[in-house]
Design a protein around this ligand. Structure first.
Ligand code: ATP
Ligand code: MG
Length: 255
């Protein structure tokens, strides 16, 4: 049965999409069967995977609303994972979902028939604790939280952790916190070091040992529609995401 991992943080620009795309590609490189679901109307994971978001007929929107089955939305991308694309249509879904039955379980239900065909199903969440993110948290086995080591990072985390707790108490008792991932890390920055130490104290084992450095190649790759391992395998960014995939797989084996 595939493990469903929501990549979430309501704070914008912390590296959710970069992590989604590059972790999907890195896990696929180790021959895992991977699905990536773009759950953000911005469609950044779609573009960064090399698809034109405006040219997609079947997207996360149709899947959530039950207009199309998830199988008909899946697109095999060059980096050998299956993508469920998204675009601006998805911004309408929030309002439309409110009217529907099981509005928080739409994604979970949609995944029912395909979960066992994958080893990992990653969900790139939008920067909000809205109904889309709730759908991801209800569908997920666990949450990965990318974060920048900056002063307000911990403060923002409280709202996310509270939401996770509420979902666990109600709609998805099995929801775990997979781990916190330090992104865009600059070891020369004292604040990064300080916040990083605080995170270690607070979260212990839940903090991934792998740290994603600030790396220009990671920022460039999406404009070429590629994960960084397909764009510049030797870059620090590529090596970091491959290491993260390795850490996740090792944890899984140890469990
Ligand atoms: P949003 O909340 O808008 O969905 P996000 O959390 O998905 O944003 P990304 O889109 O992954 O964040 O990253 C924000 C910006 O920072 C992008 O331009 C991305 O290319 C860049 N970026 C992400 N990670 C790194 C990194 N490690 N080094 C350098 N640039 C990065
Ligand atoms: Mg994003």
């Amino acid at each position: 049965m595939g493990k469903v991992l929501a990549i979430a943080n309501q704070k914008g620009g912390v590296g959710k999409t970069t992590t989604s795309i590059n972790l999907a590609a890195s896990l696929a490189k180790t021959r895992r069967r991977v699905m990536l679901i773009d759950l953000d109307p911005q469609g950044n994971a779609t573009m960064g995977s090399g698809l034109n978001k405006e040219a997609q007929n079947v997207t996360t929107y149709e899947v959530l609303l039950g207009i199309q089955p998830i199988e008909s939305a899946l697109q095999r991308v060059e980096s050998e994972y299956d993508l469920v694309p998204a675009n601006g249509h998805l911004s309408g879904a929030e309002v439309e979902l409110i009217e529907l039955d099981q509005r928080e379980r739409r994604l979970r239900n949609a995944l029912d028939g395909v979960r066992d065909q994958y080893d990992y199903i990653l969900i790139d969440c939008p920067p909000a604790l809205n109904l889309l993110t709730i759908n991801a948290l209800v569908a997920a086995d666990s949450v990965m939280i990318p974060m920048q080591c900056e002063y307000y990072a911990l403060e923002g985390l409280t709202a996310l952790l509270n939401t996770i707790r509420k979902i666990r108490e109600t709609l998805n008792p099995r929801l775990q916190i997979e781990g916190l991932l330090r992104t865009m890390y600059d070891p020369r920055n004292n604040l990064d070091n300080e916040v990083s130490a605080q995170l270690k104290q607070h979260f212990g084992d839940k903090l991934y040992r792998t740290i994603i450095p600030r790396n220009i190649r990671l920022a460039e790759a999406p404009s070429h529609g590629k994960p960084v391992i397909a764009y510049d395998m030797q870059s620090k960014g590529a090596q970091a995401y491959l290491a993260l995939a390795g850490e996740i797989l090792r944890r899984e084996e140890a469990a």
